[in-house]
Write a protein that binds this ligand. Structure first.
Ligand code: ADP
Ligand code: PLP
Length: 291
């Protein structure tokens, strides 16, 4: 039995019929890497709205809250070692998940809560402001690790983030002890990548940009990084592996001309990525202040 069998992960995000965003990415990635998964959808859609009109199947706020209460009182809730949240259908759902995380923490102070604050991108917020505010005010303060993209971090911190020093200062100001910032400012020409900041680490993992990327890369990255941490992989290695997997899955999908990630075909890229990632140690903001 792998060490992963010892604990389950609750994932809470959107479910699409076709495609691999939200929970479809997180569940497959976590299960492929050997974790037990409990999956709660926040909305159900035929496909990611980026592909065109897509009917939103929604849950009444009180029903979503009731399902969260069931989970809190589930006899098997002691199995749960981590929670990962992503896309929310409304602000009330974010508050319900805050209640879930707080309740699980009371019973298990070691609970890992990863908050992927899915709210926007370069073009601005794509969720209602009330949803973004609920994530900022109720969930970020509970997060063991938050995984915003650079534009989400700018919105959350209210700062302009033109270079990675500004990214790191904003990440520190947000509060969680570990931050994984995606779409960080590239140091490599034609590159992109992820910046990881903890009390000890200031790391940048870079690779080249791929044109016309399918959606769901941030969802996949958060799940893979969480998986590696749960498996006891050291942070720097976890960053390298998760980044390499995302890049490899992306490059393979685009090479085939697919408009979605093809996780089932590329499961080996999740477990044993071969792609090279450029790892850089940055000067930690605490170290810079001492100078
Ligand atoms: N066009 C791209 N080419 C190569 N890698 C990409 C591209 N877009 C995203 N990635 C990789 O996926 C990571 C997460 O994607 P990002 O778009 O920042 O997340 P989100 O989906 O949460 O907005 C990025 O940090 C980068 O490593
Ligand atoms: C309904 C919906 N909209 C938008 C997004 C964000 O897409 P992306 O991860 O590509 O930024 C997601 C991702 O989970 C989603 O499920």
């Amino acid at each position: 039995m792998s060490e992963n069998a010892a604990g389950a992960v609750i994932v809470i995000s959107s479910h699409v019929v076709r495609g691999s965003v939200g929970n479809r990415a997180a569940v497959f990635a976590l299960e492929t890497l050997g974790h037990q998964v409990w999956a709660l959808p926040t909305i159900v859609l035929p496909w990611h709205p980026g592909h065109g009109r897509s009917t939103r199947l929604t849950f009444a706020e009180a029903d979503f809250e009731a399902a969260i209460d069931d989970l809190i009182h589930a006899p098997s809730i002691g199995e749960v070692k981590a929670v990962l949240s992503g896309y929310f259908g409304n602000a009330a759902q974010a508050r319900s998940v805050a209640k879930l995380v707080s309740s699980l923490r009371e019973k298990n102070p070691e609970l890992l809560y990863v908050c992927d604050p899915v709210m926007g991108d370069l073009g601005g917020l794509y969720v209602p402001e009330a949803t973004a505010e609920a994530i900022r005010d109720h969930l970020i303060p509970l997060a063991s690790l938050a995984t915003p993209n650079r534009y989400e971090l700018a919105w959350l911190s209210g700062a302009a983030l033109d270079d990675n020093n500004a990214v790191m200062e904003a990440a520190l100001s947000l509060g969680p002890s570990r931050m994984l910032v995606t779409s960080a400012v590239p140091m490599m020409a034609g590159g992109t990548g992820n910046l990881y900041l903890s009390g000890k680490h200031a790391l940048l993992a870079e690779h080249r940009v791929v044109e016309n990327p399918p959606n769901g890369l941030g969802d996949l990255l958060a799940a893979l990084f969480l998986s590696r941490l749960l498996s006891g992989v050291e942070d720097e290695k976890a960053l390298q592996l998760a980044t390499a997997s995302v890049f490899e899955v992306l490059a393979r999908a685009v090479k085939r001309g697919s408009n979605e990630l093809m996780l089932a075909s590329d499961a080996s890229s999740l477990s044993t990525p071969m792609a090279m990632v450029q790892m850089r140690h940055l000067i930690h903001p605490a170290q810079r202040r001492k100078k």
